[in-house]
Ligand binder design. Structure first.
Ligand code: FAD
Length: 568
């Protein structure tokens, strides 16, 4: 749901001396203030920030806990003084906006230090209050030693707690982006970390099979994973520490607990002022970021925006969209033609050397949105040319529309070059690209950086092969009930090291001489290590009159699908 676009707005002209008040002085609010000043020298711009700092790097907070960032001051991207001197923007920190009186066009603000309140008049109001960590209602979540991570003072407290208690163990509740970043940084501090995650996978934004290598990597790094197990409560333990009680009945000892179970748009102000909220709980805005009140704009984590892939409304707590929305709101307030194109959920997280990146829709997101006409390919190419030392695999999943090949989404996991591939695909999605565009993309290549057929090209080529019928796909999910013959074309020693239960082995190296042994009256589902030799086998066999399909991604994908419970 979007507010109607009101081009005949009552906004005063750009050069009037309007009073523009902004609630929230970090990503969206600060970028809106700075951009508006560049467009309108006459406006009076005042930013109200509840916390002690304006424009701080919330994305850097986990790394301050981990001592990667050692000087707190580097988290302060801009100061009140900088806003005043450089932009003539007044910032009032430790000043909370308590209420909006829309008919009077005033807000009630409270000085957090003194408790005194006053009213401030506005011509234009911008809301960028962000999203608050979801505080679980479970007993014990308010105990000392249980932390959320949103502000610099939060991280200061965590650092002090670790130092004073000489903390050795931590439980991170929630295995999403912020949870995993905290895992990395607590491990970096030498703590033994357990992740308690209600879902059966870490990294909920990616599909379950793509989260399997992440879970394996965490386990290999000594992180204990409790997946599919929720939080019941947090108790004090006899030794002065904490005990996290899980739904399974487990009691996990911890010197500190991080709650990272997600965030919720901060909409109290908007709701109390009767601004429309959408089905996902965010503030409804139009493409100019204007709310249902023509004098009030809203940006950032608190708003609902359109997902450009599914066309549905969504909330997406990411810094890039918040910054761009702040800019769009400023342009709209200044009377310029502008619009926010929507989001496609491009995101990246690093954890203990592994990178996980995603753009567009996941497969489960497509299914939730009711999209059925799509296909997917898996591939596991090296991050650079195989002959150059040090190539490491990137596990890539590409989703595309059938039959036109429009790109719908991609997810990748690996050690190097992961976010570069996802960024290329993200850009292609932004320009309504197809798999043919990926196949055609002319990308950087030298042996240490990529390959003459970059993983992005390969993904596009594989998808083209599917669309053209050159490489029909088998349905992994039907593996346990298919009457097809599952044929593994790897060499015998590879087959012996592990294979799909019902598979028979006929190596690619012998296929041309032995193919007549295969049944012509039965579908052949072909598997190899990563899908490449299976593709060669399919091309050979189909040209000899066989019905052959590719188990995309091969045995590597099989293991992940099986571990994720997607193949019985
Ligand atoms: P915020 O930046 O959160 O700013 C909102 C501000 O409004 C807050 O400072 C709050 O104090 C203030 N406020 C709220 N209500 C009031 C009120 N009534 N009166 C006055 N002030 C008020 N995103 C990424 O894209 N990449 C990352 O790597 C990444 N890492 C993150 C790591 C952490 C630990 C966190 C917490 C977030 C991370 N994010 C990341 C998300 C990103 O920081 C947010 O999406 C972005 O900051 C949202 O901008 P915003 O302006 O909507 O809200």
């Amino acid at each position: 749901m979007s507010a109607p676009t009101d081009q005949s707005s009552p906004s005063p002209p750009a050069s009037s001396s309007r009073r523009v008040l902004i609630v929230g002085g970090v990503a969206g609010g600060a970028s809106c203030a700075a951009r508006l000043r560049r467009l309108d020298e006459a406006a009076e711009i005042v930013v109200f920030e509840r916390g002690p700092y304006v424009s701080f790097a919330n994305c850097g907070l986990p790394y301050y806990v981990g001592n990667i960032i050692t000087d707190e001051r580097t988290l302060l991207v801009a100061s009140r003084e900088l806003f005043r001197q450089r932009f003539n923007v007044e910032v009032q920190t430790e000043t909370e906006v308590m209420a909006i009186d829309r008919p009077a066009r005033t807000i009630r603000v409270r000085d957090v230090r003194t408790g005194t309140s006053r009213d401030e008049r506005y011509d234009v109001l911008v809301l960028s209050p962000g999203a608050a960590p979801i505080r679980s209602p479970r007993p014990g979540v308010d105990r000392p030693g249980v932390f959320a991570v949103r502000t610099i003072p939060d991280t200061r407290q965590i650092r002090a707690w670790i130092a004073e208690r000489q903390a050795r163990t931590a439980v991170v509740v929630g295995g999403g982006f912020i949870g995993l970043e905290m895992v990395e940084n607590l491990v970096q501090r030498g703590l033994a970390v357990t992740v308690l995650e209600k879902l059966p996978q870490v990294m909920p934004p990616v599909d379950p099979e793509m989260a399997v290598p992440v879970a394996e990597h965490l386990a290999a790094k000594g992180v204990q994973l409790r997946l599919g197990d929720g939080l019941v409560g947090i108790e004090a333990s006899a030794n002065g520490g904490l005990s996290v009680v899980a739904e399974s009945g487990s009691r996990l000892p911890a010197d500190l607990v991080i709650l990272a179970i997600g965030v919720r748009p901060e909409t109290t102000l908007a709701k109390d002022a009767d601004l429309s909220l959408g089905p996902r709980g965010g503030i409804v805005v139009d493409a100019q970021m204007r709310t249902t009140d023509p004098h009030i704009w809203a940006v950032g984590d608190a708003v609902e925006v359109r997902d450009v892939v599914t066309g549905q409304e969504t909330v997406l707590p990411l810094a890039g969209p918040a910054n761009r929305q702040g800019r769009v709101a400023a342009e709209s307030i200044a009377g310029r033609a502008t619009h926010f194109r929507g989001v496609q959920a491009t995101a990246v997280v690093g954890v203990l050397g592994l990178t996980i990146a995603t753009t567009g829709a996941s497969e489960k997101g497509l299914q939730r949105a009711g999209v059925t006409r799509y296909e997917k390919v898996y591939l596991h190419p090296g991050h650079h040319a195989g002959y150059y030392p040090g190539a490491r695999p990137i596990h890539l999943k590409l989703l595309f529309a059938v039959p036109d090949g429009r790109l719908l989404g991609a997810q990748a996991v690996g050690f190097e070059g992961v976010e570069k591939r996802i960024d290329v695909i993200a850009t292609a999605i932004q320009f309504n690209g197809t798999v043919h565009d990926l196949a055609e993309a002319e990308l950087c290549y030298a042996p240490q950086f990529g390959a003459a057929k970059d993983p992005v090209n390969l993904a596009g080529m594989l998808a083209e092969n599917v669309l053209s019928g050159d490489m029909p796909l088998a349905d992994w999910a039907a593996l346990d009930r298919t009457p097809a013959l599952v044929l593994d074309v790897r060499e015998p020693h590879e087959f012996a090291a592990g294979h799909i239960q019902q598979a028979v082995n006929l190596p690619m190296s012998e296929l041309r001489t032995r193919y007549r042994e295969l049944p012509r009256d039965r579908d052949l589902w072909i598997c190899c290590g990563v899908g490449q030799r299976a593709y060669y086998a399919i091309r050979f066999l189909t040209q000899h009159g066989y019905h052959a399909r590719n188990l995309s991604g091969g045995y590597t994908t099989y293991k992940d699908l099986w571990a994720a419970g997607l193949i019985p």
